[in-house]
Design a protein around this ligand. Structure first.
Ligand SMILES: Nc1ncnc2c1ncn2[C@@H]1O[C@H](COP(=O)(O)OP(=O)(O)O)[C@@H](O)[C@H]1O
Ligand SMILES: [Mg+2]
Length: 275
């Protein structure tokens, strides 16, 4: 917690450092008037959004605000009732879903690892999509990328801590060298210290690989610390769309202000205690 507060102190400096580190080869993602209903429930209501190549976007909002639906519409786990989604200018409906998903990494809360397969075999599932599932050198490279020791390859998932398992989840998602990463509450099941460390380490990977990352989180503090841009959803609509520093300066409107108020008050209380 203390670490988080100290990092809150200089978001501008961190953003500047990131800008110089980045080289983007992840794609741009555009939403044009995307609407989706589940029965009579409007989950997405005329979403128009341009996500720049190489950016790290957090989708924040109350439970049921449409975050997961928006995310799943990008890799066609759901097909919106109307509107278009373009990846690097290409309508995703013109692509074969299998080919589309090969270029998109997907990380979910709780890892989704197969408990009866070794770490290597779990990572190789990510490689199977690209027809390289016997590529042990790639497994080794991926373990190094997510800072796991090489001898973890033959371990079973339940012999790893939650944070280590989530690192395997990242390795599997990165296996087919996607440019775009979709992450739905990727750190949600982890304790705060592990969560913070993994968040920082993923952010470095995002910058190093030049990825485009879209991350769903209900934790505004996490979004403020890790993302370049925060989209706040409210009942399927975009209630705010701003940089973390703008949101902290009350630049996001009422819904965003209510979400930012909690980490801001916590940060203030803790810095007073430290005086
Ligand atoms: N498969 C589904 N069938 C019916 N309603 C759904 C389904 N998935 C989500 N919803 C509803 O759509 C709304 C948005 O859900 P979701 O995108 O999962 O929100 P979030 O991820 O922000 O919690 C919610 O009201 C939810 O109950
Ligand atoms: Mg969700």
């Amino acid at each position: 917690m203390i670490k988080r507060v100290s990092r809150l102190a200089s978001p501008r400096k961190a953003a500047k450092q990131r800008k110089t580190a980045r080289f983007a080869n992840g794609p741009a993602v555009h939403f044009n008037h995307v609407t989706h209903h589940y029965g009579r429930m409007t989950a997405l209501d005329n979403i128009c959004l341009k996500i720049e190549a190489g950016s790290f976007v957090a989708l924040v909002g109350a439970s049921g605000s449409g975050k997961s639906t928006l995310m799943k519409s990008i890799n066609r786990l759901i097909t919106p009732g109307s509107g278009d989604i373009l990846i690097d200018g290409k309508n995703i409906c013109d692509d074969d879903p299998y080919h589309l998903r090969r270029n998109i990494g997907f990380v979910i809360q709780g890892t989704g690892l197969f408990p009866h397969l070794t770490v290597a075999a779990n990572i190789m599932i990510g490689l199977r999509i690209s027809g390289r599932d016997k590529d042990e050198a790639r497994v080794s490279e991926l373990l190094a990328m997510v800072d796991l020791p090489q001898d973890f390859a033959q371990r079973m998932p339940d012999s790893l801590s939650g944070g280590q398992q989530q690192r395997v989840g990242f390795a599997r998602a990165l296996a087919s060298t996607p440019g775009l990463m979709l992450m739905d509450e990727p750190f949600g099941a982890l304790d705060p210290v592990t969560r913070d460390a993994l968040g920082e380490s993923y952010r470095r990977l995002h910058d190093h690989l030049g990825l485009t990352t879209i991350m769903v989180t209900h934790d505004m503090a996490e979004a403020l610390l890790i993302a370049d841009r925060i989209i706040v959803l409210d009942s399927g609509r975009i209630a705010a769309d701003a940089a973390p520093s703008d949101l902290l300066n009350n630049g996001g409107g009422d819904v965003a202000d209510a979400l930012v108020a909690v980490p801001r008050a916590q940060a203030q209380k803790i810095s007073e205690m430290l005086r």
